[in-house]
Design a binder for this molecule. Structure first.
Ligand code: ADP
Ligand code: TYD
Length: 208
């Protein structure tokens, strides 16, 4: 089973993904936790290029292809083998991030992105995607509180992040069977319970 987490930066994806991993492990499930871009040696190297603030000359097409290259490596090297071994794969971001950040955000051609996405994923798609929704204002508040240095992607402006958020809202409407939209302003525990109630209901019967 493959589950992804999506949302704008600071929405609480990693917090929730980690809580879900912990819960699944408590239930004796074999789980693999990944984050994108990254998750393999090559993908982590690509991540460094993508997020390095010095790489201001990076074109939008280069950005699209690098996120996709990182994903192609991750799918082949890690995700496919794990799924074949009945391991539950939880990913902090996946292909929807490319659709909304490079598509809605940067404004690259959606048809072209669809093609590149299907090459990079080789058709491997999450069964459920939790979209944790917060406002851009909330993103800035959390960013300020975290005192973390911003990366190249986070240097983008308000309009960019508004388009990205709208992109997620649109995707969630287009694919209501896969997406579960969650109000990211709820407490960490409330959100975890909402996520767990969905995942618990879809787990395959335990075979060990
Ligand atoms: P993301 O992975 O989406 O960037 P994180 O999980 O790293 O987000 O969370 C970003 C910040 O927001 C962290 O400081 C985290 O503790 C905080 N946070 C996460 N979920 C919530 C929540 N539901 N309410 C308030 N703050 C939260
Ligand atoms: P990261 O620090 O991993 O995520 P977050 O900010 O959610 O904690 O940064 C990854 C950045 O890359 C984030 O700004 C989203 C962006 N991104 C894309 O633009 N396209 C993609 O395909 C992916 C996977 C991420």
């Amino acid at each position: 089973m493959f589950i992804s987490f999506e949302g704008i930066d600071g929405s609480g994806k990693s917090t929730q993904a980690k809580l879900l991993v912990k819960k699944l492990e408590e239930k004796d499930r074999k789980v693999l936790f990944l984050r994108e871009p990254g998750g393999t040696e090559i993908s982590e190297q690509i991540r460094n290029i993508l997020l390095n603030k010095k790489n201001l000359k990076m074109t939008q097409i280069t950005e699209l292809l690098l996120f996709s290259a990182s994903r192609a490596q991750l799918v082949s090297e890690v995700i496919k083998p794990a799924l074949l071994n009945n391991i539950v794969v939880i990913s902090d971001r996946y292909v929807d991030s490319t659709t909304v950040y490079q598509g809605h955000g940067r404004g690259l051609h959606q048809g072209g992105i669809k093609g590149i996405n299907s090459i990079a994923t080789m058709g491997v798609m999450p069964k459920k995607t939790f979209f944790i929704d917060i406002t851009i204002q909330e993103m800035y508040t959390r960013r300020k509180e975290s005192h973390q240095e911003i990366d190249r992607m986070e240097m983008s402006n308000d309009d960019f992040f508004n388009r990205v958020r709208q992109g997620y809202l649109d995707l969630a409407k287009e694919e209501p069977g896969r997406f579960v939209t969650i109000d990211g302003k709820e407490s960490i525990e409330t959100i975890h319970q909402q996520i767990w109630s969905v995942v618990d209901g879809m787990l395959p019967v335990h075979s060990t």
